[in-house]
Design a protein around this ligand. Structure first.
Ligand code: SF4
Length: 189
């Protein structure tokens, strides 16, 4: 770069030239920044939705290109969140499109060192068999004094951070129906 060009690119001169007196606008944007375009500009359409993760219910704008989610942002029209999302809600797009996301059932048998792939039907059968057997083996109808318990201490549920409201509702309903009383979610721990 020539000396004259270097001088003209001096930050104060750039600010004066651009009318950016506080140095917060175009005068401080790099060539790389100027060459970037937001993913939202290239979207084919925008769907309005609600963040699934917690009871706050922040509004989301889902940007879709070629029928694939390319960005999720806060919806300024939402009276709940007014365009804001917490870090978890802001990362929704990364959860949906994460290349390491597991979409197949993996099973590691006792003492095995490798995972094997199971079909969903096979895995569901195995889980159901184990729940039925464990519930029958650990069922407590009454305590030592004959008071009704109707519970099992042999089954517990621990939910993860990316379970949404509807999933947690169904999990709570299922496990309570089975007689389990140890039902927790990452959000409460
Ligand atoms: S963006 Fe955060 S606060 Fe809002 S609903 Fe989602 S998880 Fe809850």
């Amino acid at each position: 770069m020539s000396i004259a060009k270097t001088f003209l690119e001096w930050p104060v001169l750039r600010q004066l030239r651009e009318g950016d007196f506080l140095g917060r606008g175009p005068a401080v944007a790099s060539e790389r920044t100027k060459s970037l375009t937001p993913r939202t500009v290239e979207a084919d359409r925008v769907a309005k939705s609600v963040c699934p993760y917690c009871a706050v219910g922040c509004g989301q704008k889902i940007f879709v290109k070629d029928e694939k989610i390319v960005q999720i942002e806060g919806d300024p029209d939402s009276p709940i969140s007014r365009g804001r999302l917490c870090p978890k809600g802001s990362a929704s797009e990364q959860l949906v499109n994460n290349p390491t996301r597991q979409t197949k059932v993996l099973y590691r048998a006792p003492h095995a060192t490798e995972w094997t792939r199971l079909s969903m039907a096979e895995a569901t059968e195995m889980i159901a068999d184990r729940i039925i057997e464990t519930r029958a083996r650990t069922w407590q109808g009454t305590d030592d004094e004959g008071r009704r318990l109707n519970r099992t201490m042999g089954i517990a549920s621990l939910g993860g951070a990316t379970l949404d409201n509807e999933e947690n509702y169904l999990i709570k309903k299922l496990f309570t129906g089975l007689g389990a009383i140890q039902i927790e979610n990452q959000a409460r721990i």
